[in-house]
Ligand binder design. Structure first.
Ligand code: GLN
Length: 197
């Protein structure tokens, strides 16, 4: 049976994620109201405008149901504004503070090749559009990639967040990782990078 992946579709770039998921054999489902979250194996919160997305989540009463889905251990991927939505000041799921439009106004968008910890196959072609970075994070958050010293890809158990748009560059490995986490028995709770504690 194919893996059912919800994409929050209140606003922003959900269609490009849907195309990648279909190409990988998963079943994308647009999420607009809490009932759309039923039966999902994983969730993507796409890029867009975090202020608009916040209003939509409030309007539809989605904050509680989204938190429940994440708490159940099902994997969640946030990209760009999706990373912001997961942070302490928004859904409060990732123990990070995201800084909006962090790369500066003059640098509205850029592309970069970045190595992501735990992703084999060479650097990821990353498209940054008015992107955030992580200003500060707690000890349970693993930093998987940095640009200019600032974290731009992080993982905290079942939650993955990247400051860029993998879906706009034909990059499929983060979606593949999400699907692998969704199909791991009992949900993959293990960190991507082992830590000695
Ligand atoms: N700048 C947007 C925000 O602050 C994010 C941009 C994006 O998702 N590409 O919400």
């Amino acid at each position: 049976m194919s893996i059912s992946v919800g994409i929050l579709a209140l606003q922003g770039g959900f269609e490009a994620h849907a195309r990648i998921l279909r190409a990988l054999g998963a079943e994308p489902k647009e999420v607009r109201v809490p009932a759309d979250l039923e039966g999902l194996d994983a969730l993507i919160i796409p890029g867009g405008e975090s202020t608009v997305m916040t209003l939509g989540i409030e309007r539809e009463g989605l904050a509680g149901p989204l938190r429940e889905l994440a708490a159940s251990g099902r994997p969640v991927l946030g990209t760009c504004a999706g990373m912001i939505m997961l942070d302490r000041d928004h859904l409060g799921l990732l123990d990070v503070s995201a800084e909006r439009n962090a790369f500066g106004r003059q640098l509205q968008s850029f592309e970069a090749e970045i190595e992501i910890e735990g992703l084999a196959g060479g650097p990821v072609h990353a498209v940054f559009i008015r992107a955030p970075w992580i200003r500060e994070h707690g000890g349970s958050v693993e930093v998987l990639a940095r640009v200019d010293g600032h974290p731009v890809a992080v993982r905290q158990q079942n939650l993955l967040a990247v400051a860029f748009h993998p879906e706009l560059a034909g990059e499929t490995r983060l979606h593949e990782l999400l699907l692998a986490m969704a199909s791991a028995p009992g949900g993959d709770q293990t960190p991507a990078v082992s830590r000695s504690e």
